[in-house]
Design a protein around this ligand. Structure first.
Ligand code: SF4
Ligand code: SF4
Length: 387
């Protein structure tokens, strides 16, 4: 059995957050004295520089409250994260994290300094080049934001560990693993490595910011804030994701990291193995949370998603719209397939040029676009699949 704490929380005020986070830690039987003299890595979601109210990043006040609890109990908090395209320093400067990091005197680890984590027990991937700060830590606290995701349905506790991999290396994983199932297997291998790969195992906690979550075309600028009003905590990331998906009224069968996670031996194998503590989850379930449009194909399908022709005709394509596009070309920078190029002639629409035959439908461009200028549009023959 794995214990998951679910607490109602409707605001980001410091006192309330600290009280609820302390209650969450107590619910999952974490003894605060474990922080004493320890180096505690805090891993928020800092996908891109964005305003806090867009609910793309873990709320800086949530991060502050956890950091204060760690400090008060004798630990040293260290911020570790690797944003998608921008440097961590720039991302911090351009968000409300700048003030938190300065006021709370938080050490920030350099995500470019990496070390290889080996995990022989993985299903597919055994080596992971991750930020060295994880090796130096005694305790890892994962601080995911709960959001919808165009490729993997949701991003929560399991997916947040992906930020351990430096910068653009992350988007390159999409080219190696274009099918959602393969990509998710990698995410679970990485999570398993975090649990079992270190010579001396680390204490790992997951504290999810689902107070204001994100619905719709998340996890970037295309998503919309949604007040789910929850703090979810647990030692098992898959179990924490189960709680979030349940509370959001989403379909667990579509959340591949959960379904695939159930097949691994380092986490729960079914929803029945969760012991809930805190507020009654059944009373907190919402009915108006919108998932990402996603693809019409089941996320569990491996073939023919990898076939170029099939993808081009049958799977939603990312389309940039002139009204919002500022031609910043961040989409081009992140595209792992090299499918985006600059306008070729003056007569072209004022948007980047997409080569849909090369596009692997990872939706990283949508995720990163600062203007929410890219939207999913049906593939040309997608109507046939609907029939
Ligand atoms: S689509 Fe978005 S990311 Fe791409 S150039 Fe336009 S504004 Fe920039
Ligand atoms: S164009 Fe967008 S969706 Fe297609 S491969 Fe590039 S980043 Fe991924």
């Amino acid at each position: 059995m794995s214990t998951v704490s679910v607490l109602k929380c409707t605001e980001y005020s410091n006192d309330i957050l600290k009280q609820k986070i302390l209650e969450s830690l107590n619910n999952i039987d974490f003894d605060l004295s474990q922080f004493r003299g320890k180096r505690v890595v805090l891993k928020p979601n800092l996908l891109l520089p964005s305003k806090t109210e867009r609910a793309i990043i873990t709320h800086p006040e949530f991060f502050r409250a956890v950091a204060q609890i760690v400090k008060k109990n004798g630990g040293k908090p260290v911020l570790v994260e690797s944003p998608a395209v921008h440097s961590l320093a720039r991302t911090i400067q351009k968000t409300d994290y700048a003030e938190v990091v300065q006021t709370e005197r938080i050490e920030v680890a350099d995500p470019a300094v990496t070390e290889t984590l080996l995990f022989e027990g993985s299903k597919s991937f055994k080596n992971f080049e991750i930020s060295k700060a994880f090796f130096d830590a005694d305790i890892i606290i994962n601080l995911p934001k709960f959001k919808t995701h165009g490729l993997t349905y949701i991003t929560g506790a399991v997916k947040n560990y992906f930020g351990a991999i430096p910068g653009l290396q992350k988007s390159k994983m999409h080219i190696k693993l274009p099918a959602p199932l393969d990509f998710t297997e990698f995410l679970l291998d990485l999570y398993g490595a975090m649990l079992k790969g270190f010579e001396k195992p680390k204490t790992i906690l997951n504290l999810m910011d689902a107070i204001v979550a994100q619905e719709g075309e998340g996890p970037g600028t295309g998503g919309k804030p949604f007040p789910l009003n929850l703090i979810i905590a647990g030692q098992d990331a898959v179990a924490v994701d189960v709680a979030a998906v349940t509370a959001a009224g989403l379909d667990i069968e579509k959340a591949i990291s959960i379904i695939e996670g159930f097949t691994r031996d380092f986490c729960i194998q079914s929803e029945n193995q969760i012991k809930f503590k805190g507020d009654k989850i059944k009373k907190l379930i919402v009915t108006n949370f919108s998932p990402s449009k996603g693809t019409i194909l089941s996320n569990m399908v491996r073939w023919p998603v990898t076939s170029k022709t099939f993808r081009n005709l049958f799977i939603d394509r990312p389309v940039p719209f002139e009204e919002k596009c500022t031609l910043c070309y961040q989409c081009r920078e992140i595209c792992p397939a090299g499918a985006i190029s600059r306008q070729k002639s003056k007569g072209d629409k004022k948007v980047p040029v997409y080569n849909y035959k090369e596009c692997i439908r990872c939706y990283c461009c949508m995720e990163i676009c600062p203007e929410a200028a890219i939207q999913k549009t049906n593939g040309r023959l997608q109507w046939m699949l609907r029939l």
